[in-house]
Design a protein around this ligand. Structure first.
Ligand code: ARG
Length: 498
């Protein structure tokens, strides 16, 4: 359709190779919104008459009602297909004016940004729902003592609430990152033309206002060819996915028979075609693999953008595929993760059993020796290490160690503390006490977790307010377009061009 100088049609195979028409389904709605704002402005600067505006808008609304009727074959993208449709339906005399003062270069990136605003808000809502659930589950598990792991080896004792809240803390940073990104997405490139603007008296500010953008991206080269907002967006959601893949990995490990700390619900587990006993955590495994895809998508977009000459080049079209794919993956993963955690069975008794059988209280014992017996920490570390070694060989807990063994260890190490005192410290240090005597800010001590829960709830309330404000502003901008069009069409002020 745009081939004014060419003597030949585009080769079929080449057309298929370069067309983005299928993936562009995702921006049909946004392209129509963008086109409405553009034609309102064209009416306001007297390039369109009221009747012309009305027939364009009517036809656009018809496409919105029946998107399946839009002919896409033979077009390079949705922009061309939509313009082609208008020209076919209302004639070139009216439909042929739609693209006045607009290029697909400023148009496509406007569509991408309008859609990105909606996506960003949707992801934030999913994210906030997940954080809210994690907080609720943490509140129910303040006393669910469990071993904490470093290098996947038992490290110190903690509790399940502390574990869950660690992910709230990380995900709340993602919320904050996305909220701050919103303003950088919410800037209008529309009206920049192909690269260098237009001689027509277009109002970039007016279309920006109609589309609910906070401001315009001033430089027309930057506006049409920069995609750093995509890198930022994808990097933020990749961070969300990486966090989710780690949660997935924990649940996978902890739902194995060997751990049995948690059990995912039947409705979230797959089975085996061969082994009747199997209950497999497939959706969590796919969360891990989809995280890899999202990382790859970010790499694809950055690699496409790297070294592009200034101004629009067609390479930019291919950033849409990984961008939207990452967004879709993030949305669905957040929803599924929420459902899985919501119906997860938490086996407190198994966690307590593992805690009691573990040597994760070793550091607490060493610290008690520092405080009560004034031992240098290094000496206490060596002493408890030897006790663990002895107990481990016999496969017994520290509190069941033989008095003579303890005496021998103390003698061998030339440590002059009373055996009775050492035994008292060992027996006093049970798992509950280990947690309740932890003093560091942010430790698993339930008192600390209660403070964190309060803090995170307050943060959530603030973020939900921000988000609702963003949502209200967007909804009202969509209404503005409809209201402005019906106001123009009803008003008697300017029926024709002048
Ligand atoms: N379909 C293109 C994209 O998605 C927009 C078209 C711009 N094409 C052009 N030849 N200037 O990026």
């Amino acid at each position: 359709m745009y081939r004014s100088r060419h003597k030949q049609d585009l080769d079929r195979r080449v057309l298929n190779f370069l067309s983005s028409v299928d993936i562009d389904d995702k921006i049909l709605y946004y392209d129509i919104l963008c086109t409405k704002a553009h034609v309102i402005m064209l009416y306001e600067i007297r390039i369109l008459t009221k009747d012309e505006l009305a027939s364009i808008v009517n036809e656009l609304d018809r496409v919105l009602r029946h998107p399946e009727k839009l002919v896409k074959e033979g077009f390079e993208d949705i922009h061309e297909a939509l313009e082609g449709h208008l020209i076919r339906k209302i004639g070139v005399d009216v439909g042929g004016k739609v693209q006045t003062g607009r290029s697909r270069n400023d148009q496509v990136v406007t569509d991408i940004r309008i859609k990105a605003r909606d996506d960003l808000i949707a992801i934030l809502f999913h994210l906030i729902k997940l954080v809210r659930l994690l907080i609720q589950k943490a509140e129910e598990n303040l006393n669910s003592v469990m071993p904490l792991y470093t290098h996947l080896q038992e490290a110190q004792l903690g509790n399940f609430a502390h574990y869950l809240l660690s992910y709230c803390s990380a995900l709340l940073r993602d919320v904050s990152r996305l909220i701050s990104l919103y303003d950088r997405v919410n800037e209008s490139p529309l009206g920049s033309g192909p690269i260098g603007g237009s001689t027509l008296p277009l109002s970039r500010k007016r279309t920006a206002e109609l589309l609910g953008f906070k401001k315009i991206i001033s430089n027309t080269i930057d506006a049409t060819s920069s995609r750093d907002f995509m890198i930022e967006f994808m990097s933020d959601i990749t961070s969300i996915m990486i966090t989710q893949s780690r949660i997935a990995q924990d649940i996978i490990i902890w739902s194995s028979q060997e751990f049995s700390f948690v059990e995912i619900s039947d409705k979230h587990a797959s089975s085996s075609s061969a082994m009747p006993q199997k209950k497999n955590p497939d959706p969590l495994e796919l969360t891990r693999s989809k995280t890899a895809i999202v990382i790859g998508n970010l790499t694809s977009v950055m690699t496409i953008l790297k070294s592009l000459p200034s101004g629009y080049t067609r390479d930019l079209q291919d950033t849409k595929i990984p961008f939207w794919n990452s967004i879709d993956i993030t949305k669905s993963s957040l929803e599924i993760m929420r459902d899985i955690i919501d119906s997860l069975t938490i086996k407190k008794d198994m966690m307590v059993k593992a805690s009691n059988n573990s040597y994760s209280i070793s550091l607490d014992i060493a610290e008690a020796l520092v405080m009560k017996e004034r031992l240098p920490f290094r000496t206490a570390h060596r002493l408890v290490g030897s006790l663990v070694n002895n107990a481990f060989k016999k496969q017994i807990p520290l509190k069941s160690l033989d008095v003579t063994d303890i005496k021998e260890i103390l003698q061998d190490m030339k440590i002059s503390i009373e055996v009775d005192k050492l035994i008292r410290i060992i027996t006093e240090t049970d798992s509950q006490r280990s947690i309740s005597t932890r003093r560091s800010l942010g430790s698993p001590n339930p008192r600390e977790q209660i403070k964190s829960i309060k803090k995170y709830r307050m943060l959530l309330r603030k973020y939900v307010n921000d988000l609702q404000k963003m949502k209200r502003e967007l909804a009202s901008s969509k209404e503005t377009i409809t209201k402005t069009i019906s106001h123009i069409i009803k008003s008697k002020s300017r029926p024709q061009y002048m």
